[in-house]
Design a protein around this ligand. Structure first.
Ligand SMILES: C[S@@+](CC[C@H](N)C(=O)[O-])C[C@H]1O[C@@H](n2cnc3c(N)ncnc32)[C@H](O)[C@@H]1O
Length: 336
């Protein structure tokens, strides 16, 4: 059995392999961190018993199916509905604020109760060690900034044509993220008549992930944060082997537009967004390309628009018009 640390990379073959993969798949490996690329190549090499990069290169050329397998392992599509659910709770709070409603007046219940209690514990006793003291110290509250958000301005605008709020989930993987947003919006819209219109877009570079997003059938892992209330309202459950499949209702599937695209190359709408979710992509991108990614996202945001990053992701806001407005949930606002 080969161990990952036994594999040696020959620089010449590394470059040849990268060029080959780019030529046959169009995948721009130059965007990503070398560490991420190496890890993925090594994990395939272990699978197919190749000790040396030269033999893996030969193997990938001679075994057409291997390219597909490499791509699947490279594009890590892991996602879940309501992943890092505190962020969705924040989003829901914001939506309620822009229409001047209180949570207790509505029936929304996104997650199982034990997790809600966990949130309460943090709020009522901040000294508990759930969050590091440093994070608490740096905590800037989005509440202070909400009135400056384009979301708030649009929702309060008397002109109805200005009221559509645009949201982009990029990358959306298999659709869990944009569908989670659509569920929150739909759930609130059913209960609050003056709720504004939303347009929700999801995009991803991975063709197969996009196909899965369009099909809208999920397993138990990707629906693990979905409460019974949401499950009943938006999914039908079907026994599959020893487990279950969760089939998303057509009603929710119709609420999002999904595109297969490389965010660095093009975007198939001319929309400028009020909210962009860009979670768990930047962690794979190298420092140089990260700046280009962020410039693209920044140019697609309205003044007062919000950028949601993943829990472990951060940007140096001194370099851009994006200012951190919620350090716990990694939310940035574009300041004019
Ligand atoms: C870990 S998933 C993140 C999904 C979702 N945002 C979440 O947080 O659950 C990362 C996704 O980034 C996509 N991706 C990688 N490079 C991309 C690019 N240049 N343009 C668009 N999507 C990309 C991958 O295909 C993969 O589906």
């Amino acid at each position: 059995m080969i161990r990952i640390e036994d594999i040696k990379f020959d620089k010449d073959y590394y470059d040849i392999l990268i060029r080959f993969l780019n030529k046959v798949t169009g995948l721009e490996l130059r965007y990503y961190k070398r560490r991420h690329i190496e890890k993925r190549i090594k994990s395939r090499m272990i699978r197919v018993n190749c000790y040396r990069l030269e033999s893996y290169y030969k193997y990938i050329i001679e075994t057409p199916n291997e390219i597909k397998k490499f791509l699947t392992s490279f594009n890590i599509n892991y996602s879940t509905f309501f992943r890092n659910w505190e962020v969705y709770e924040k989003l829901e709070d914001m939506f309620l604020k822009i229409v001047n409603h209180n949570k207790r007046d509505i029936l929304s219940d996104l997650r199982p109760n034990p997790e809600r209690q966990y949130v309460k514990k943090i709020k009522s006793n901040p000294k508990k060690k759930y969050i590091s003291p440093l994070k608490l110290q740096n905590k800037i509250s989005l509440e202070k900034f909400i009135k400056q958000s384009s979301l708030f301005q649009k929702a309060r605008s008397p002109q109805s044509f200005k009221r559509t709020i645009n949201i982009w989930s990029c990358p959306c993987a298999n659709g869990e993220e944009p569908y989670s947003i659509a569920i929150i919006v739909d759930n609130l819209k059913n209960q609050i008549p003056q709720f504004p219109e939303f347009r929700i877009i999801g995009s991803d570079i991975d063709e197969n992930a996009i196909k899965r997003a369009k099909i809208g059938i999920y397993n138990e892992e990707s629906t693990k944060n979905v409460s019974k209330y949401i499950e009943k309202k938006y999914f039908s459950k079907k026994q599959e082997g020893f487990g279950f499949n969760y089939i998303l209702n057509e009603k929710i599937k119709d609420k999002i537009e999904i595109y297969n695209e490389d965010v660095m190359k093009k975007h198939q709408t001319s929309l400028i967004y009020d909210i962009i979710f860009c979670r768990y992509l930047l962690i794979y991108v190298n420092r140089h390309e990260r700046k280009r990614f962020l410039k693209i996202l920044e140019s697609r945001l309205n003044i007062g628009g919000l950028l949601f990053l993943g829990k472990t992701e951060t940007i140096l806001s001194s370099q851009s018009s994006l200012k951190l407005v919620d350090s716990l949930n990694r939310i940035y606002m574009k300041i004019g």
